[in-house]
Ligand binder design. Structure first.
Ligand code: CP
Ligand code: NVA
Length: 332
């Protein structure tokens, strides 16, 4: 059995294949226990700080509900209202919060900030999304795929289409190759992850018996894929002025009916970390759809709302995956 007590989660690259598999098994067990009313609190009396320099629905709610289910308390520290990064350094903030809390979650732009927190807090630090990585998302993605394809994900294919160098794509790829999956990153070469990341993914894939394909060809990427995944084309913290250019470059990778048909499978499942621009129900989404004459940006509304879509299972699984991380690293 595994002892992950006291460990931080900054990127899934910090965890071995068996450790990731262990977290996924624990998440599945905790989900089943909650459903059957047999969950046992293992975080009673623990205090967890939740630092959010960016907005969040799922990650914040996931950490809060996971903590409360397990008997822990949380403090939400939002984009304004603390001194961190302005009047007080991240390093000093880490040393203060580390005296008061048993664990600290951080969402922000700069990945270096979450590393600095982990270095100086003296307690486990969890990355709730930085510009580079989103590891708790990737754990939820793997949990969701496991529920569809079975607990052994070896050889199961997943194709991420679009902004393939972003935090969600890279974290998914790290987790997927470590689980021995057939991972495809499909988008324009100008948005591919760095050579350093690709080299690491290739090495991980070799070690775990998985594979990694980078391609600009959506037919090659989607062919035979059990799972099709996409994310927003301009991420938080990126300049809004990037939209027209991103839409031009990523339009061939938009997930619509035809894209699902390229998989050649009726049982293909669609994943998205959310939030998604799939309709005109939000002000930004409505304007993008209008300006670019599209019914949904990165995904059509038809696919998003289809039987193939499992995006809300995935959203729920954020909480179960986060709970597994908290229990494994802080639990008694
Ligand atoms: N997927 C995700 O991280 O969602 P939030 O931004 O709502 O936390
Ligand atoms: N890539 C997106 C994910 C949001 C959950 C972003 O960073 O904004």
């Amino acid at each position: 059995s595994f002892n992950l007590h006291g460990r931080s989660l900054l990127t899934l690259a910090d965890f071995t294949s068996p450790e990731i598999a262990h977290l996924l098994g624990l998440a599945a067990d905790l989900k089943a226990a909650k459903a059957s009313g047999t969950e046992v609190a293992r975080l009673t009396g623990k205090e967890i700080a939740l630092i959010f320099e960016k907005d969040s629905t799922r990650t914040r709610a996931g950490f809060e509900v996971a903590a409360f289910d397990q008997g822990a308390h949380v403090t939400y520290l939002g984009p304004t209202g603390t001194h961190m990064g302005r009047k007080e350094s991240v390093r000093d903030t880490a040393r203060v919060l580390g005296r008061l809390y048993d664990g600290i979650e951080f969402r922000g732009h700069d990945h270096h900030a979450v590393e600095t927190l982990a270095e100086h807090a003296g307690v486990p630090v969890y990355n709730g999304l930085t510009q580079r990585f989103h590891p708790t998302q990737a754990l939820a993605d793997l949990l969701t795929m496991r529920e569809v394809a079975g607990p052994d994900l070896k050889g199961v294919s997943v194709c991420f289409l679009g902004d393939v160098g972003n935090n969600v794509a890279v974290s998914l790829a790290i987790g997927a190759v470590r689980m021995g999956m057939d991972m495809r990153l499909c988008g324009p070469a100008s948005l591919w992850p760095s050579t350093q990341i690709v080299t690491a993914l290739e090495a991980d894939a070799r070690a775990a018996g998985g594979s990694i394909l980078l391609t600009e060809d959506s037919s090659a990427g989607a062919n035979g894929a059990r799972f099709i995944y996409t994310d927003v084309w301009v991420s938080m913290g990126e300049d809004k002025s990037l939209w027209p250019d991103r839409i031009d470059r990523l339009r061939p990778y938009r997930v619509d009916r035809e894209m699902l048909q390229r998989t050649g499978r009726d049982d293909v499942r669609f994943l998205h970390c959310l939030p998604a621009f799939h309709d005109a129900q939000t002000e930004i989404g409505a304007q993008l759809c209008r300006d670019h004459h599209l019914d949904g940006i990165e995904v059509s509304d038809e696919v998003f709302e289809s039987e193939n879509s499992i995006v809300f299972d995935q959203a729920e699984n954020r909480m179960h995956a986060i709970k597994a991380v908290l229990v494994a690293t802080l639990g008694g």
